[in-house]
Ligand binder design. Structure first.
Ligand code: ADP
Ligand code: MG
Length: 252
């Protein structure tokens, strides 16, 4: 991701497109590593296919992304989205993949802080539209909504760097995943269980968190930075990163 809307890749050796391919590869590796865990979560409230669906889809997406010749971020997102739609199946394939294809339209001019916010908002809107789910329905929307809202606010109001904003978004998504546990599923297979869905963590929300965690790790890598340690509910981070790089602020 370019910093501050600078057209030049702020990513050392990697172009923006290559950084996005690296992110897709990191997601594929992570989802493969979490395959059994995701399957276990889906066994409890669904049909035990989420780990396999996602691992297959992201492996194919990583291969398709790697095969692109000198790609830009928009082309990578479109390719990954189409591959996920074709390979993931279930409810989550069209939701994760179709929304990615749609939201990639926001990346006409590459990845800047502004286009990343537009991308995130469009992605969430599309997931909500397609799945007809909202916060509180025990779906991936419960992880994506706090992540996208926090990302937008962190960029537009708090004027944080894209990396800090993404770190806050990841923290928010983690809270969203935790929120799926004590609530009842209203959409997807888990809703068939009625009140028995209460007490279970949603698999799709969990995958969304893993994807965001890998985006953050890859963005930090590409920008040659540490992953910021943030709290989504903390006030705006002051400019201490610029003023006193190595100082350890005294907390309460
Ligand atoms: P399936 O439920 O068809 O077996 P998966 O197991 O791959 O598909 O994915 C299940 C996940 O998809 C759920 O955990 C949930 O996060 C998400 N999901 C299911 N239905 C919806 C929906 N209508 N809106 C948003 N997300 C949904
Ligand atoms: Mg399933």
């Amino acid at each position: 991701m370019s910093e501050e809307g600078d057209g030049e890749a702020a990513s050392g050796a990697l172009s923006d497109g290559e950084a996005v391919v690296a992110a897709v590869e990191a997601v594929a590796d992570r989802i493969e590593a979490e395959r059994d865990h995701l399957t276990d979560l889906d066994s409890a409230i669904g049909d035990a296919d989420h780990g396999g669906n996602m691992a297959r889809g992201w492996a194919a997406a990583a291969e398709a992304a790697r095969d692109l010749d000198d790609p830009d971020p928009q082309t990578v997102c479109k390719t990954v989205g189409k591959t996920l739609m074709a390979e993931v199946g279930g409810a989550s394939g069209p939701l994760f993949g179709g929304s990615l294809v749609f939201a990639s339209a926001e990346l006409d001019d590459g990845v800047t802080a502004e286009s990343a916010v537009a991308f995130a908002e469009t992605y969430l809107e599309k997931v909500e539209d397609r799945g007809d789910a909202r916060v509180g329905d025990q779906t991936m929307v419960d992880a994506l909504t706090p992540a996208v809202h926090t990302f937008k606010k962190s960029i537009e109001t708090d004027e944080l760097s894209p990396l800090e904003a993404l770190a806050k978004a990841v923290d928010a998504a983690e809270r969203g995943v935790a929120f799926t546990v004590p609530i009842r599923a209203k959409k997807g297979r888990a809703s068939y269980l009625g009140w028995r869905s209460v007490g279970h963590q949603d698999p799709g929300a969990t995958s969304a968190l893993y994807i965001l965690e890998e985006l953050l790790a890859t963005a930090a890598d590409a920008l040659d930075s540490e992953t910021p340690d943030v709290d989504a509910t903390s006030p705006t981070i002051p400019d201490e990163s610029e003023e006193a790089t190595a100082s350890d602020p005294e907390g309460d």
